[in-house]
Design a protein around this ligand. Structure first.
Ligand code: TYD
Ligand code: MG
Length: 452
């Protein structure tokens, strides 16, 4: 038997090479080339235009109306989408297995099915499994058309016949196109299926939501090309052990990025959390050492998050440094700054830090809160009541400003905080009523202001 012809496809950029190489010649990524069968395909099939226009037009002659949006009936989901699903847009939603992707979209479609024509395509679960889940969600009576199918061509036909307004594909990795020989889930198949569905969505004006799996490295399985093709990329965050789920927008052609939706997983599906700040503050009856409240900013929303630190005498020569929800490398840097510029040494101490509620904080404006929590634990002195901070700490011991300072101050006031330590550059001209704003320039000033 003749050997099937194969080539190598890069899982990062989708580029191809004839033989295996360690490095992709197209995007220079290492170890990303995987063997795939050479696809033969009818000419002219691939390069169809996305939109019905064919002539060159002048920009000012193009009718530019605001895209129509449909609310999903779930406020937090609308928030990450930038106000709702846009007609003819393609949304890719990724996350770890079991985090609630299918649940969220089933709930969304159940809501939408009351007023719109929708279609739920399930390739992962059987129709009866979906029905069982819908019943558990209290959406069992919804008039929700289900299609248990994994062949792309049949799905496209169903969409063309039914003309729904919103389609959910659960998940893109289970689909395959009969025109290609490679297995479902392979780079070529995922890319082809996503491209075909995107084209269909633009042609018919259907809002398409694709569910995608995330690999161990934390990226969407399949080629990166998928992220470029779609209009919006959303990721689920938060660990499956806690009941809170965060959905973050990474790319959005119709709204702001880094927008965060907060949900709680209940026995009846995902519920939006309207006041998430309360969620990331632990309820201490009394002031405790090692705890500092941070005013952070996630997209357009300020959030209050409690940062906890535990500093304890180390009994091994190299003390442990552990951070949960905060950047590990920044912790080492902050400890060095603390030693050099405030004379507080932790070289013989284990240091553990944690952001309460499972939220992941990447912004440097968390530095000051981490520092104060560490010092508070080390000295066993709690911070004052109603006290919150934000600000980045530089290597020279200076406190650098954070973006959107005013909004952070407003959120702190709203949640009943009375004293806020902030970088001098963020100081407002006129402080709000009832809020004691303390601007600081260097970390020794910050320590003095925290424990006068
Ligand atoms: P699911 O939506 O199937 O995850 P994904 O599609 O991202 O893989 O979520 C399944 C998890 O959610 C499972 O661990 C059970 C939990 N769950 C609830 O706690 N309550 C519910 O009402 C539902 C439907 C699921
Ligand atoms: Mg699922």
């Amino acid at each position: 038997m003749a050997k099937a012809k194969t080539h190598h496809v890069c899982s990062e950029c989708g580029g191809t090479t004839a033989r295996w190489q360690g490095q992709c010649p197209h995007c220079s990524a290492w170890n990303t080339l995987v063997e795939a069968p050479l696809e033969s395909r009818a000419e002219g099939h691939r390069y169809q235009s996305l939109a019905p226009t064919h002539e060159v037009v002048m920009l000012d002659a193009v009718p530019a109306q605001e895209a129509e949006r449909v609310g999903t009936g779930i406020d937090e989901f609308d928030r990450v989408l930038g106000g709702g699903l846009v007609e003819g847009s393609v949304v890719l939603i990724g996350g770890d297995p079991g985090i609630g992707k299918s649940t969220l979209l089933l709930q969304t479609l159940a809501n939408l099915s009351a007023t719109l024509e929708v279609l739920y395509v399930t390739g992962e679960e059987s129709a009866s499994q979906v029905a069982l889940r819908a019943r558990r969600l209290g959406a069992g009576s919804a008039r929700l058309p289900l299609l248990a199918e994994i062949e792309l061509e049949r799905i496209c036909t169903a969409v063309q016949q039914r003309r729904p307004s919103v389609v959910v594909i659960d998940s893109i990795q289970t689909l395959y196109s009969a025109q290609m020989q490679s297995a479902p889930g392979s780079v070529a198949q995922v890319r082809e299926c996503a491209a075909q569905l995107t084209r269909l969505s633009k042609q018919l004006g259907v809002a398409m939501v694709m569910i995608g799996h995330v690999t161990k490295e934390g990226t969407l399985a399949g080629p990166r090309v998928l992220e470029h093709m779609v209009d919006t990329v959303l990721y689920f965050e938060g660990d499956t052990h806690s009941s809170y789920r965060l959905v973050r927008a990474f790319k959005n052609r119709f709204g702001a990025v880094n927008e965060l939706g907060v949900f709680a997983m209940t026995d009846r599906g995902l519920r939006g959390v309207a006041n998430p700040s309360a969620l990331f503050l632990s309820q201490h009856a009394d002031r405790v050492p090692g705890s500092c409240v941070l005013v952070t900013q996630e997209g357009s929303r300020p959030l209050l998050v409690e940062i906890q630190a535990l500093v304890d005498t180390a009994h091994v020569p190299n003390p442990r440094r552990l951070s949960v929800g905060l950047e590990h490398n920044r912790l080492a840097m902050l400890l060095a700054v603390l030693h050099r510029h405030a004379g507080i040494a932790c070289y013989d101490q284990d240091v553990f830090i944690n952001a309460v509620g499972g939220v992941r904080i990447g912004e440097p404006a968390a530095d000051l809160a981490v520092l104060l929590a560490i010092v508070s634990s080390l000295k066993n002195r709690p911070l004052p009541r109603g006290f919150a901070v934000f600000g980045e700490v530089g290597l020279a011991g200076e406190i650098r400003p954070a973006p959107r300072g005013q909004e952070r101050l407003r959120e702190a006031l709203k949640l009943g905080f009375s004293r806020v330590l902030i970088p001098t550059a963020n100081a407002p001209k006129r402080a709000a009523e009832g809020l004691d704003v303390v601007p600081v320039q260097r970390i020794d000033q910050a320590l003095d202001a925290a424990w006068p």
